[in-house]
Design a protein around this ligand. Sequence first.
Ligand SMILES: [Fe+2]
Length: 321
Amino acid sequence: MTQSPRNGTIAGLIIAAVFLAACGSVSWTETSTLSSLPTTAASDGTSPSNSTADVTTTTTTTTTTTTAPQPTNILVIGDFGDGGGNERAVAAAMEDYASMTPIAALVTTGDNLYTDDVAAAWEEPFGWVVAMGIPVYAAWGKHDLESSSRREAVADALDPPGRWYEAQLGEATLIVLDANQVEDPDQLAWLESVLSEPRNGPLIVSFHQPALSCASHGSTGAAISTWAPLFEAHGVDLVLNGHDHDYERFELNGVTYVVTGGGGRTLYEIGTCPSGTLQPLVGDDTHHHFVGLHITADGITVEALAPDGEVIDEFSLPLHP
Ligand SMILES: [Fe+2]
């Protein structure tokens, strides 16, 4: 069978279109020459200008398919590493979540290990994190520092790059602080320096002892007096804390503070906030949970989920102007 040149051109165009479609944009130009077209009068009654000449028609077709930018998905957990059933249930739910949603990082709000048994408290429940190649950005909790052996276990298992550090999470910048030493002058100078750098994307800060909480440990006065004004001045969008084993969400002077300390350890009751202090917008002290962040250049959406999939909280933070 003889394939006509025209059919060959079409086949080539289809192949090119399929290839380019995979790249998100299709653009092609088709030129065809038709000989000795029958002449017709122009609709205005004038004579056709090329009644006997070949007529060349050129058709340019451009189709652009735009794909919405995919968010950077982050998992967050705090106060979890005791090797117990609650930790395992939360870890299993997170693994299910990660099997359906590409995860760029695991962020912790501290108390990563309550035991030196790293196998039971980290490797077994969270082996999928390493298997999936998910980087971990851990904050140092109180229990992570309670002995030299614990400190070494946390360093070996979760490998935080320092006591305070920053990391890039897609469009967002993550700043991890050590709230065991809020007033350390070196840490404060570093925080002021890193917050002063020009940035475009969302700013997320994580540390263990909560700036704001109405549960048993309560708010950390030094974090409110020392760090919160810097967060406000430099447009921090979201602060993630642990230490109190519950879920709480606050908003203070344009900054959203989330306590996510329900990763496995026994839950704490959210009590009555001291008079004159901020009340949580949302509070839950009956579910272990983890948090999912979905980051784009425009902001962050946040969901807090129990192991059975129940949504404890869900909200969006548009990027600070
Ligand atoms: Fe804890």
